[in-house]
Design a protein around this ligand. Structure first.
Ligand code: GDP
Ligand code: GDP
Length: 437
């Protein structure tokens, strides 16, 4: 599920970070032992009156010196404009309007993006400051007055936010396979996408009835429908927002969120790197199906062992997602690109696969006999039955007498049992332990 993105822009010191923290409540989730990017999250899933959106942290792009002041701010605003669906433009009630505010306003007006003007540091609502009236000449109507540090006006602001964001982002139909290519710069993502789309059998067309990203590329191939999510920075190189690391990471994360299958592209000549693990970790945390594509395979000198050695290395580096398949390809020569699509199609089937409760419990009850759950804290775990309650990813509920005494290694055993019997190659499984009432 993809949510609309909301960004906060404004010159330094107007209170952007304070507002960001106020809205997100500084809920920072730290997940241990996972290589993901949870720790340095730059965007936060936020909810107001049941409506979800992503608040983007546009911080970290503050100008460091006078002479780069305008260019940095301009970059920040441009990058935000490319990324988000709605802009909160913050100005400072105490300082009043400055030429930089006017500059930003000009850029925002030209972009035709939705903008909410936010007048911060209105610490008392008894009387609106002069800047309240003054700010209307920026061309965004009446500002919403707030005090980010005192929490005044935040509710009104959020009301306005949810009025101005789309309810649904994607409306691709159920059969359209949403894929994204992730990985560091220069691993060959653009080359891959261009090669795939340049193929005779790939019929690229306008996206049927979609509201969102002009950067998505829809195509049909062998009677199947695909969309490559967010080909930003892939088809046209060197655009300004791609140079801002923070935003390219952000785009990648949001592309992952919107996809079903993430193809992690690795440069064969370089091998998997820390950055690859991080981005794959995020896809994993989001329960996406994952394919590892080792690209530039044409550049590797091979002998009988090369593939096996490489597979071993991949297994080590990505041990947390051992379900993922690895495939060796070349965007340059087109080697095994058809295999890549076979893999995508097969992973898609698995991601959508349902196993009937009857079949599932035949297998599980047999496994329970062979390897009964160990006693935990002197108590005996009883497993009543298992049922699949969802797809994308395939999700299972295990009903037990007491979830507290279910050991994670036993959950792992159940997962392996399911995989051994039903496949699910290439996709993560979600297993929830529930108390049978
Ligand atoms: P940013 O550079 O735009 O991210 O601004 P910050 O959030 O770092 O805030 C700049 C300064 O303004 C800090 O000293 C904040 O404490 C202060 N500030 C933020 N919001 C308010 C507010 O509502 N009222 C007052 N009086 N000060 C605020
Ligand atoms: P991106 O930044 O991940 O989109 O990477 P690009 O597609 O721009 O590729 C980076 C460089 O690697 C370019 O010079 C490509 O020509 C080259 N490249 C990409 N794929 C292959 C491949 O399969 N084999 C070889 N030999 N070079 C490749």
């Amino acid at each position: 599920m993809a949510y609309p993105m909301v960004g906060i822009v404004g010159r330094p010191n107007v209170g952007k970070s304070t507002l960001f923290n106020k809205i997100t409540g500084q809920r920072i989730s730290i997940v241990e032992d996972k290589p993901g990017v949870t720790r340095d999250r730059i965007y936060y899933e936020t909810e107001w009156l049941g409506r979800k959106f992503i608040l983007v942290d546009t911080g970290g792009l503050e100008p460091d010196s006078e002479d780069e002041f305008f260019s940095k701010i301009r970059m920040q605003v441009e990058a935000a404009l490319k990324t988000v669906d709605l802009i909160l433009f913050v100005i400072d009630a105490k300082d009043g309007l400055s030429p930089v505010d006017e500059d930003i306003a000009n850029m925002l007006r030209k972009s035709h993006k939705k903008v909410i003007l936010v007048l911060n540091k209105v610490d008392s609502f008894k009387e609106m400051p002069i800047s309240y009236y003054d700010s209307m000449r920026l061309g965004f109507g009446e500002p919403i007055a707030i005090s980010a540090s005192n929490g005044l006006g935040i509710g009104e602001l959020l009301d306005e936010v949810i009025k101005n964001i789309p309810e649904h982002i994607d409306d691709y139909d159920e059969e359209t396979i949403k894929i994204c290519f992730i990985g560091k710069p220069n691993v060959g993502k653009s080359s891959l996408v261009n090669k795939i789309l340049g193929e005779e059998r790939a019929i690229v067309s306008d996206i049927p009835g979609t509201t969102r990203d002009a950067l998505d590329t829809y195509f049909e191939k062998d009677n199947k429908k695909y969309v490559i999510i967010d080909t930003a920075g892939m088809r046209k190189k060197g655009r300004i927002e791609d140079k801002i690391e923070r935003y390219s990471v952000l785009r990648a994360l949001s592309a992952i969120d919107r996809s079903d299958i993430c193809i992690l592209v690795i440069d064969a000549t370089e091998g998997p790197t820390e950055q690859d693990t991080k981005i794959a970790g995020y896809a994993f945390e989001q329960n996406k199906a994952i394919i590892i594509a080792v690209n530039k395979w044409d550049l590797i000198e091979k002998d009988n062992n090369t593939v096996n050695e490489y597979l071993k290395l991949i297994k080590e580096k990505f041990s947390f997602m051992s379900f993922a398949s690895t495939i060796f390809i070349s965007a340059k020569t087109g080697q095994r690109l058809n295999k890549l699509f076979e893999e995508i199609n097969s992973v898609w089937e698995e991601y959508n696969k349902r196993i009937s409760t009857g079949l599932l419990n035949n297998v599980i009850s047999e496994a329970l006999l062979i390897n009964p759950p160990p006693a935990e804290k002197g108590r005996l775990l009883k497993i009543y039955y298992v049922t699949q309650f969802g797809i994308k990813p395939p999700s299972f509920a295990v009903f037990v007498n007491d979830p507290e005494i279910m050991h994670f290694s036993y959950v792992r055993f159940l997962e392996n049992t399911i995989r051994d019997n039903f496949g699910f190659q290439g996709v993560p499984l979600k297993i929830e332990v529930r108390k049978k009432s």
